[in-house]
Ligand binder design. Structure first.
Ligand code: DON
Length: 578
């Protein structure tokens, strides 16, 4: 009796539940809002540092477009995130202009000085002198950031350069409050950074003591340099007082950058590399970044399998990713460099037929071996840092930007008097064929050092479009050699696995780069999966590591934006237009 009453109640609940389920429309945002993204129906900026994101969002509120917001954020990061935000480095910006329905790729990568030469980092024994390549005054290429940001703002922004630079100038002049993250990041490199008098002056107390959380860092020299840029545009950096300070330091300390190098530096607009993944267009940077080519190449290979059916991060899925990555990075070492100096076979590498040839070489049950195993990805004591930010405005314009000093705090050397750190991007060249750089990447003649050439990059700022041509995703990441594979997994998580942006960002990632022959993975990939991969013959790293830090915005096509900062690195922020 009791049983039958319970059964009736149970049946009633099922009926009521299905009636209410039928009556309610499936909530539109359900899948998109998992893992708590920031939502906006106007605009948004996502970056590695919350104050800089807020600066960009405020610029949107003042009527600026995504380009104004991105440039304001880029300059603000030079103040608030000195380990990667910069004016002494370089990067790449992808822009989508809604009205023209046009995608633009701006290359503001650093350039080898005119006095640079192929063997400049070799010691008398013919081996690469890593200290000279990574931590000397000669480690720096001619900075491109100011040319790139000013080019974007002057050509595609709505506000004035002065307006977008003002927040950064104020932050530098009035000071920023030191966070736990900033204090720790500086303290961890105290010895190296204090070796340079300028860097010691700018980032440590007068007596050399480390800043503590809650202290205020004022960067008056940097504020003055930014003010010269606000007043004179790019000439405020590449000519006049700032240029004189750079050249003076080069001459005093054996650097190669001359005033002619600075004056001749230009940001270049290049044709984006776009591929098609199951009807969605994926656009990213062409050389001197390797990002766009290999992103498209790997997606082309992977498109041939039903990845969704394999299941996200299953062993069979990871196996296919790894084998595609292995082949793309092998090609990178041979064919990729600055296409103004070396005939990069872009069309062949991104050709679907070539991808299908590579796919056919992949044994679905067994790992292949990376040939010619060489010293691999150096597990560096020195951490590296690049930074990505994305901006989206109410008119549908989109910016996806990655820029860097290369390592954290670049070469560690500041331009004395001008208040900013110099990059160590010359290490992204192949100093000697087959010798791994700071990311374990090997290269050859395509990426050898030549005057005026731009070192090969992995930075992959990306914009994805739906089959109707509307932008649906802006993403990118730091992480040196891991950038391209991290971005690819972001694209697959969104396009293939229908994850909302926050879930796509949080999901565990894997990485392989041909050499070393090693599968890197993040915590969250199960022990069972790793066992299956080992059984297939993969060499799996003995412990998890952190891969990338994407700062992304997704649009659902109905005018709603979803932003997610990467939870892997502290301090980042997605900020909606107020
Ligand atoms: O351009 C490149 O590929 C490198 N210089 C990027 C460095 C980087 O991502 C460091 N960040 N974690």
């Amino acid at each position: 009796m009791i049983k039958s009453v319970l059964r009736t109640i149970g049946a009633l609940i099922v009926v009521l539940f299905s009636v209410s389920a039928n009556a309610d429309r499936q909530p539109l945002l359900d899948s998109k809002t998992r893992f708590h993204p920031v939502i906006s129906q106007t605009g948004m900026v996502v970056s590695q540092e919350m104050i800089a994101s807020q600066v960009g969002a405020d610029i949107l509120a003042k009527g600026g477009n995504a380009i104004d917001a991105a440039v304001a954020t880029g300059f603000a990061l030079a103040v608030t995130l000195p380990r990667a935000g910069n004016i002494g480095g370089g990067g790449f910006m992808m822009i989508y202009l809604a009205e023209e329905n046009k995608t633009i790729a701006i290359d503001y990568r650093e350039m080898a000085p005119s006095e640079a030469f192929k063997d400049m980092f070799l010691n008398p024994e013919g081996d690469v002198d890593n200290r000279k390549a990574q931590f000397s005054i000669q480690s720096s290429g001619v900075p491109g950031t100011v040319a790139g940001l000013v080019h974007a703002q002057e050509n595609y922004g709505k506000l004035s350069l002065k307006q977008v630079l003002k927040p950064a100038i104020n932050l530098a002049r009035n000071g920023i409050t030191v966070t736990i993250t900033l204090a720790e990041s500086l303290a961890a490199r105290s010895e190296r950074l204090q070796m340079d008098a300028g860097t010691k002056k700018y980032f440590f107390k007068k007596d050399g003591a480390e800043y503590q959380p809650g202290d205020v860092i004022r960067q008056r020299d940097l504020a003055a340099t930014l003010a010269r840029i606000a007043a004179n545009g790019a000439a405020g950096f590449y000519q006049g007082k700032t240029a004189a300070m750079i050249v003076d330091q080069m001459e005093r300390t054996g650097g190669l950058i001359t005033s002619a190098d600075l004056e001749s530096y230009v940001a270049l607009e290049r044709t984006p590399v776009c591929g098609d993944y199951r009807g969605s267009k994926v656009c990213a940077m062409p050389p001197p970044s390797s990002g766009g080519i290999h992103l498209v190449q790997m997606l082309n290979i992977l498109e041939g399998w039903d990845l969704k059916a394999l299941g996200h991060n299953s062993a069979d899925y990871i196996h296919r990713l790894v084998e595609s990555m292995r082949r793309a990075y092998a090609d990178r070492s041979l064919y990729l460099g600055d296409s103004d100096f070396f005939p990069v076979p872009l069309a062949q590498l991104t050709d679907k037929k070539y991808a299908s040839t590579l796919r056919q070489q992949i044994d679905l049950d067994h790992a292949s071996r990376s040939e010619d195993v060489r010293p691999g990805l150096v597990d560096r004591a020195e951490s590296t840092e690049t930074t990505h930010f994305s901006a989206w405005d109410q008119w549908g314009n989109v910016v996806s930007n990655t820029y860097t000093l290369n390592f954290s705090y670049g070469s560690g050397i500041s331009v004395d008097g001008a208040g900013f750190l110099l990059n160590n991007e010359m290490d992204d060249f192949s100093a000697k064929p087959g010798s791994p750089n700071g990311y374990g990447l090997v290269g050859g003649i395509a990426n050898s050092i030549q005057p005026g050439k731009r070192p090969l990059s992995s930075m992959t700022p990306t914009i994805v479009f739906d089959p109707a041509g509307a932008p649906i995703l802006a993403t990118g990441s730091p992480g040196g050699s891991t950038i391209i594979t991290v971005v690819m997994q972001m694209v697959l998580n969104v396009l293939e696995f229908d994850m909302g942006i926050a879930e796509a960002t949080a999901a565990s990632r894997i990485h392989h780069q041909w050499l070393p022959d090693n599968v890197y993975y993040e915590s969250g990939v199960s022990a069972d999966t790793l066992r299956l991969l080992r059984e297939m013959g993969h060499i799996v790293n003995d412990q998890p590591r952190r891969l990338g830090a994407s700062e992304s915005i997704e649009a659902n096509g109905d005018g709603v934006l979803f932003g997610a900062e990467d939870p892997r690195r502290h301090g980042s922020g997605a900020v909606a237009q107020p």
